[in-house]
Each structure stands twice: as structure tokens, then as C-alpha cells.
Ligand binder design. Structure first.
Ligand code: PSV
Ligand code: MN
Ligand code: MN
Length: 386
């Protein structure tokens, strides 16, 4: 296979998971601007996700968030997805919106609150059994706001104990993905604030526990690609929550704020064999002011473009320059790939897959946006936090 053919083959098999909540209404704590035609239930979210997959060809799975996507029959939801060419993906737990969790969930000082949180997490594994999902994604809002509020070490002990109970419940083909976040909603300590803490817990738990890197969850200036390289070396990179940020956890479209950073991250994925190592490529975004489906299509395309550039890095030339200590030469190899206009290549890849080379235009011309505005009137629109 020529090098270009290998790049094309990799791009054709790439899969980007879209989050159900990105299709619903969302906002900041100041205001949620409701959009017309937005899904009213998980089924309609899947119908929209099917559009993203139809026009990009690389978004075959949809992540659910429980209880935002709670339904009576998850088997029926999975069947509905399959009828639209989709599969249900990662199950995201939610231990941050119940009054009981004001002072934490599985790290809470009260065993009764910890039990409630754990029961929710175990229910999420039951749902995975019904949907056929591989991954359980755990993000905990647990932490404290004031020095002395709770015992930092004991909270780690409670976390370890809770994670172990959930880990033991996983089936052979299921994984637990532990997500870290620097701060928010807790402002003093966060119980899983960084990759090191997540890694330490996952290492103790075993192979089925892996770390998730949400690109919006670091301090400004953090070298995320270094974290990615390290986790891949240790076989502990479970996946990504992709989004972009200018300030904190902005949840903007991936590749919008810093496409160069996205390229650097995906280069380390490529360098570390991450495209074939079971790493989950997920979006975790909210489209507060822009139209949702086209924003998700754009996001998927941004991941594809950064991936194509990462795959185009001349690894041999880079290795030679690195060995020779040719600082500028090595940097030039990387920048040559980054500065390549990969849009024609991706157009060809899409045509070879029988798709329109222009997913944004094809979606616009499909009339879906007008159809959902007309049909989805009334009812409560589902969304982030609903
Ligand atoms: C937390 O900020 C987070 O990134 C977690 O992944 C949550 O599940 C998600 O956002 C909710 O949008
Ligand atoms: Mn996330
Ligand atoms: Mn987040």
C-alpha cells in the first residue's frame, strides 16, 4: 500500500462518537437559548445523530448520559439506533445533579450518600449490558470549596473503594473510563483533578480501568500532548472527550480554538499507535448559540482534518532530523504536515466512501433542518441538565 493509500485507509476507519447532549439545548448558568427543532427525547437525538453519520460517514456511535437519556427500554433504543445505522456508545454517569450530592457522591462522608451514588453507577453498567456499550465514563463533580471542609485523604480512600465496587461489576468486554478535571464545580479541592490521580486509581483497579482526557479540563498552558504520549506509553489512555476552550471548560467545537494543539495531540496518538489501540474518540461539547447538527458535523470534520495532518507527518524524515539534532529540520517536518491543506484529500476519501465531499453543504441541502423545525413542535425539549 502506498503511504497515501494507508493514510486514506486510516481516515476511512476512524470513528468519532458524538454525545447525545450536544443535540439538545444547552447554555451557561446565565441563560439557555432554546433552539427550534431540537430533539424532545433520546430517540430524536439519535435521529439527529444519524444525520451526522450519514454526511460524515465516521460518526457511527452516540454516547448517552444517564439520567438525561433515561428510557424504559434500552434494548428498544439500541434497536432504533441500529435501524438508523448507529450503535449506542459510551454510557456517561451523572452523580452531580441530585440534591443529595451537594457535598460529593462516591467521596461523600456519609455512607448512605455513597451508596446512592454507587447504585447509580451500577445501574449504568446494567444499561451497558442492555445497550451493548463497551465503556462506562465516570466524571465526578466531587470536591470541596474550603480548606478543612473534609479530609482530602479519606475522600481518596472512599473514591478507591467505590471505584473498586463498580470495577468488579464490569463484564469481560466492558471498560471503566475515569475522567479528570482541574476544578468546577468544586473550587478548592477536586477529588479527581488531574491525569496523575486518575492514573493512580486506574493502575490499582486493573486493565479495564483507563483514563479519559477531556481537552477542556486542564490549566491554561498545560501540554496535553505530553499527557497523551505518557498515558499511551503506559497503556492507560482510554479515550478523549474532545472540545475546545479559550478559558476553562468552555465546551466549544473541537479544533475551533486551537487547531494546532489538536494536531499535536493527534500526532502523539498516531506516534503511540493510538488509532488502533481501542482509544475512544468522543466529543463532549455544547452548542449554545450555533445550530447543533452542523456544529457537530463541523467538529467531526475538524477531528478528521487534524487526524489527516497527523498521519501525513513524515515519520522517517522526522526521526532522521531528531537523531541528527537538527532542531529546525525536525520542526519543519512537523509544520509541513500541519500546514498541508488536507481538505481535497478528505473530499476524495468521502467520495470513495460514496459520500458527498462537502458534508456541511450536503446537510444544508438535505432539508433536515427545516423538517425538524416543522415536526418537533410542543413537548419539552431535551437538553443538557434536562
Ligand atoms: C464535566 O465537565 C464533563 O466534561 C463530563 O464529561 C460530564 O459528563 C460532561 O462534562 C457533561 O457535559
Ligand atoms: Mn467531559
Ligand atoms: Mn467538561
Amino acid at each position: 500500500m502506498t503511504e497515501l493509500a494507508a493514510v486514506k485507509a486510516a481516515l476511512k476507519t476512524q470513528a468519532v462518537e458524538t454525545p447525545s447532549w450536544a443535540y439538545g439545548n444547552s447554555g451557561t448558568r446565565f441563560k439557555v437559548f432554546a433552539q427550534q427543532g431540537v430533539p424532545r427525547d433520546p430517540y430524536e437525538k439519535l435521529a439527529d445523530a444519524a444525520q451526522v453519520h450519514e454526511f460524515t460517514g465516521v460518526a457511527p456511535t452516540v454516547a448517552l448520559h444517564i439520567p438525561w437519556d433515561k428510557v424504559e427500554d434500552y434494548g428498544a433504543l439500541a434497536k432504533y439506533a441500529e435501524e438508523r445505522g448507529l450503535k449506542l456508545g459510551t454510557i456517561n454517569s451523572n452523580t452531580f445533579q441530585d440534591d443529595a450530592f451537594k457535598l460529593g457522591s462516591i467521596c461523600h462522608a456519609d455512607p448512605a450518600v455513597r451508596r446512592k451514588a454507587l447504585d447509580h453507577l451500577l445501574e449504568c453498567v446494567d444499561i451497558m449490558d442492555a445497550t451493548g456499550s463497551r465503556d462506562l465514563k465516570l466524571w465526578f463533580a466531587d470536591g470541596t470549596n474550603y480548606p478543612g471542609q473534609d479530609d482530602i485523604r479519606e475522600r481518596q480512600d472512599r473514591l478507591a473503594e467505590g471505584l473498586a465496587e463498580v470495577y468488579d461489576r464490569l463484564g469481560d468486554d466492558q471498560r471503566m473510563l475515569l475522567e479528570y478535571k482541574l476544578f468546577e464545580p468544586a473550587f478548592y479541592t477536586t477529588d479527581v483533578p488531574d491525569w496523575g490521580t486518575a492514573y493512580a486509581h486506574c493502575l490499582k483497579l486493573g486493565e479495564k480501568a483507563q483514563v479519559v482526557v477531556d481537552t477542556g479540563h486542564h490549566a491554561p498552558g498545560t501540554n496535553i500532548e505530553f499527557i497523551v504520549a505518557t498515558l499511551l506509553r503506559e497503556r492507560k489512555l482510554g479515550g478523549f472527550d474532545f472540545n475546545s476552550r479559550f478559558y476553562a471548560d468552555d465546551d466549544l467545537m473541537v479544533g475551533a480554538a486551537d487547531p494546532f494543539q489538536l494536531f499535536r495531540i493527534l500526532y502523539e496518538v498516531s506516534r503511540g499507535g493510538g488509532f488502533t489501540a481501542g482509544v475512544a474518540f468522543m466529543l463532549d461539547q455544547c452548542h449554545n448559540i450555533e445550530a447543533k447538527i452542523p456544529a457537530i458535523i463541523r467538529s467531526v470534520m475538524n477531528v478528521q482534518e487534524a487526524t489527516a495532518k497527523a498521519l501525513l507527518v513524515d515519520r522517517e524524515a522526522l526521526a532522521v532530523a531528531q537523531r541528527e539534532g537538527d532542531v529546525l529540520g525536525a520542526n519543519a517536518v512537523l509544520m509541513d504536515a500541519y500546514n498541508t491543506d488536507v481538505r481535497p484529500l478528505l473530499g476524495e476519501v468521502r467520495e470513495e466512501l460514496g459520500l458527498d465531499p462537502d458534508p456541511m453543504g450536503a446537510y444544508r441541502r438535505s432539508g433536515w433542518a427545516e423538517k425538524i423545525v416543522e415536526e418537533r413542535v410542543g413537548g419539552t425539549q431535551a437538553g443538557w441538565g434536562a
